[in-house]
Ligand binder design. Structure first.
Ligand code: HEC
Length: 154
């Protein structure tokens, strides 16, 4: 009796979760796109303060740069995971270009390059502001290298 009750509770808990169930294929695809955009929004929330330091809008703080670079290095490897589902056959609110799913190996290589650039930035903070800002330029270049190929330009 108790076991059956538990099964019922688990079942209803799953059914009441908004994601995945009772959605059209298009809605599910948009949820996938929202997730990957969400990841990149988190990435840029760590990236943005370093941009502001590079533009001298806020003072340089090596500890913040190191922390943020480490967080970016931890987040970027999630990119190939959240892009695994090919959503290119749907009409979505997305800037992801269909080429991603024709070139997953290259897309993953570009992710790895950016991750290594983020790790190099974290390490460069030990050498001071000049080295850190140079390494930050390289990280920005690694983001752009992927965007140039796989993100729709405005
Ligand atoms: C391997 C490829 C790749 C790398 C590396 C990458 N991006 Fe992106 N990024 C994309 C793609 C593709 C999109 C479009 C996603 C979509 O709209 O579904 C995107 C979207 C974004 C967005 C828009 C998110 C939104 O609001 O919808 C921001 C901001 C962003 N990237 C910042 C960065 C930064 C900063 C880095 C480097 C630290 C970076 N990206 C590295 C591929 C990449």
């Amino acid at each position: 009796m108790f076991k059956r009750f538990t099964t019922l509770v688990v079942c209803c808990a799953i059914l009441s979760t908004p994601a995945v169930w009772a959605q059209s294929a298009e809605e599910r695809a948009q949820a996938v796109a929202d997730t990957r955009q969400g990841l990149l929004k988190v990435v840029v929330s760590y990236f943005g303060p370093i941009v502001a330091m590079a533009r001298e809008q806020i003072p340089y703080d090596g500890d913040v740069v190191k922390n943020n670079a480490e967080k970016i290095a931890a987040l970027l490897p999630m990119i190939p995971d959240v892009f695994r589902n090919d959503t290119s056959s749907y009409e979505l609110d997305t800037e992801a270009l269909p080429d991603i799913w024709q070139n997953m190996d290259d897309f993953t290589d570009k992710t790895n390059n950016a991750t290594q650039a983020a790790q190099a930035l974290a390490a460069a903070t030990a050498e001071g502001q000049g080295a850190a800002m140079q390494a930050f330029g390289a990280l920005g270049g690694a983001c752009k290298a992927c965007h140039d190929n796989y993100r729709q330009q405005d």
